[in-house]
Design a protein around this ligand. Structure first.
Ligand code: SF4
Ligand code: SF4
Length: 170
């Protein structure tokens, strides 16, 4: 047998179960198209401010199916700001941010999320915004020539958040 220079410990065993589970959550199974160019890293604010976070490395772990390294208590995924810069940069249309959001949902389903998320959810449910409105936001927007924030249809949002089967209760 030819010696490929690898010890057993060097062999990557792809976890196809995790890949399949994730593929069910991300429309189009986008991760498979990542060719590890790193373009998503260049404009990523989370990668800029953190040595731990790197969207290219996250996509590599996804390709290997290393769910245990991503779906865990101290997951780096929460450092992603959902800014979508990686989405704009990626030449392969992988949409790393959407892959990451799907894995954040997997974390949330497992009850693993930072304490601050509860507060953001409560604010969203009561105001329709993830950050509470304050006049100072409009003042800052005005300095950039931006119009005041538009009103949010809170009642409509609350209705959308109602469990689908609530109407069936009698
Ligand atoms: S969405 Fe997340 S991974 Fe993508 S560039 Fe922004 S912070 Fe980085
Ligand atoms: S830019 Fe796209 S193809 Fe390149 S490493 Fe990032 S996700 Fe993969």
């Amino acid at each position: 047998m030819a010696d490929n220079g690898k010890q057993n410990g060097d062999v990557v065993k792809v976890n196809f179960n995790f890949r399949r589970e994730l593929a069910r959550k991300v429309e189009g199974n986008l991760a498979n198209y990542c060719y590890q160019c790193g373009a998503c890293v260049g404009d990523c604010p989370a990668a800029y401010y953190s040595d731990e976070f790197n969207p290219r490395e996250i996509m590599l772990k996804v390709l290997y199916g290393l769910g245990d390294e991503l779906i865990r208590e101290d997951s780096v995924l929460w450092l992603c700001t959902n800014c979508y810069n990686c989405h704009e940069r990626c030449p392969q249309d992988v949409k790393p941010v959407e892959v990451i959001i799907s894995m954040k949902n997997m974390l949330a389903d497992a009850g693993i999320y930072p304490k601050g998320v509860d507060r953001v959810i409560a604010t969203f449910e009561s105001t329709g915004r993830t950050v509470p409105y304050s006049a100072s936001i409009d003042n800052r927007r005005a300095k950039f020539g931006l119009p005041p924030l538009s009103p949010v249809p809170v009642d409509e949002i609350k209705q959308l958040l109602e469990p689908a089967d609530k109407g069936d209760e009698s």
